[in-house]
Write a protein that binds this ligand. Structure first.
Ligand code: MEV
Length: 441
């Protein structure tokens, strides 16, 4: 067994790499060379990245692509997307162009409420706790003034603090359920700082509440943390057009396409196995923009999937209808995003992405991200109910297979042309490539 390592975080970057390469690899020189190859030659830029996290050894690249032609609320956007999956950006661009010719996307922010909770245990009389909470509530606001001052200047702050009795779920469990407006910041630090102060104030003032017995004074704080479930931080995006405008070529019948499309959404609405994959396709678009704009895609993923299951069954995040000859397709999702704070003013490519989007505020970014999800889903479902997904996907993946086979640029150009009218599968490419190689040996 490998011996545990002490004080690793104190090692220099070189020492960390040396330990790693010597401990886990046969060819430590090759490993060291590979890791260093990904360092940026601009030392200042590299240091910035090193300091984002602990124990950095190198950078891990993801492509940053652009999906142009997104018309959202009558503004044209080129949308930045950080993602590794080959067909995602192409699909988004295609959907953007398709809807550009049909009036573009309409998006609206429905609400912007953020949530945080202080979870605690109390084993006394509930009415006394309720009276204590009412008596201490002004103090909760007062004690956080130093934290909320700047946020209030920007139009945000604490909006509500409520005592919730959760004892039906867990003996002795109560919480302070708190809501916040954090304007253009995602607000995690602000919310957590407020919550930790609430907890301190709430716990430390019980002694002066005369109604409590000695035991009741012993409120036990378990934890104070924001929630990534934000069902009241909602954005809606929609596209619509006459059904007759849905076709791009004479091979697809517009009515049949619309009907099949709506059926596909209905299936995702009722069948969780399909809903998960359907929503995964939506997240292809959402995560890529969230990542490119320096937001927390894990928080967004967790919140959106919880929302997809809010009625007790996991379901599609998008909806579609055909009524009076009009096709409508929409999405409604919770998105807690920031355009100030966090990585937004630190990571040079995030700054660039936000500038490219016209320095959006958080609400505008919510709209852009929701549209990216809707567009991605449109592209996926359209392929699924017409050509099937593999055609477009494998065309994009062809380059990856050729790269795995170490094809030259000339060979890649040859095979892109060769597979124009053929079905791309991994084995078809391998076979064609080896035949080509033997002929050109
Ligand atoms: C692949 O990354 C995403 C899809 O599977 C989504 C879908 O099935 O709707 C194509």
């Amino acid at each position: 067994m490998i011996a545990p390592i002490a004080g690793f975080s104190k090692f220099s970057k070189e020492e960390k790499i040396e330990w790693l390469a010597n401990t886990y690899f046969h060819d430590s020189e090759a490993v060291t060379a590979l890791l260093k190859k990904y360092w940026n030659s601009d030392e200042k830029l590299q240091k910035l990245h090193d300091e984002f996290i602990e124990n950095t050894i190198t950078n891990f690249y993801l492509p940053l692509g652009i999906a142009p032609n997104f018309l959202i609320n009558d503004t044209m956007y080129a949308v930045p997307m950080a993602i590794e999956e080959s067909s995602v950006v192409a699909a988004a661009s295609k959907a953007a162009k398709f809807w550009l010719d049909r009036g573009g996307f309409k998006a609206t922010v429905l609400s912007t409420e953020k949530v945080g909770q202080v979870h605690f245990m109390y084993f006394g009389a509930t009415e006394k706790l309720q009276r204590y909470f009412e008596s201490i509530k002004p103090e909760l606001f007062a004690a956080t003034k130093h934290i909320t001052k700047n946020m209030e200047k920007r139009g945000g702050g604490i909006t509500h603090i409520e005592l919730r009795d959760k004892t039906d779920d867990l003996n002795g469990y109560f919480q302070l359920h708190c809501t916040f407006e954090t304007v253009d910041s995602m607000g995690a630090n602000f919310i957590n700082s407020c919550l930790e102060q609430f907890a301190k104030t709430f716990e430390s003032n019980t002694a002066s509440f005369a109604e409590f017995s000695a035991e009741e004074k012993d409120i036990q704080i378990v934890m104070s943390i924001l929630s990534n479930y934000v069902p009241n931080c909602l954005v809606r995006a929609e596209v619509n057009c006459p059904v007759a405008d849905l076709t791009e070529n004479e091979n697809v019948d517009a009515d049949e396409f619309a009907e099949k499309f709506v059926r596909a959404i209905q299936i995702a609405k009722t069948e969780p196995y399909r809903a998960v994959t359907h929503n995964k396709g939506i997240m292809n678009g959402i995560d890529a923009v969230v990542l490119a704009t320096g937001n927390d895609f894990r928080a967004i993923e967790a919140g959106i999937h919880a929302y997809a299951a809010k009625d007790g069954r996991y379901t599609s995040l998008t909806d579609a209808s055909v009524k009076d000859g009009v096709f409508r397709f929409w999405i409604e999702i919770p998105l807690s995003l920031g355009t100030v704070g966090g990585l937004t003013s630190l990571h040079p490519l995030v700054k660039l992405a936000l500038e490219m989007l016209g320095e959006p505020n958080a609400k505008e970014l919510m709209q852009i991200v929701a549209v990216a999800g809707l567009a991605q889903n449109f592209a996926a479902v359209r392929s699924l109910v017409t050509t099937g997904i593999q055609k477009g996907h494998m065309k994009m993946h062809l380059i990856n297979i050729l790269n795995q086979l170490e094809a030259t640029e000339e060979e890649k150009a040859y095979f892109i042309n060769y597979f124009k009218d053929k079905t791309v599968t991994h084995s078809a490419v391998v076979n064609a490539f080896s035949e080509y190689k033997s002929q050109h040996a």
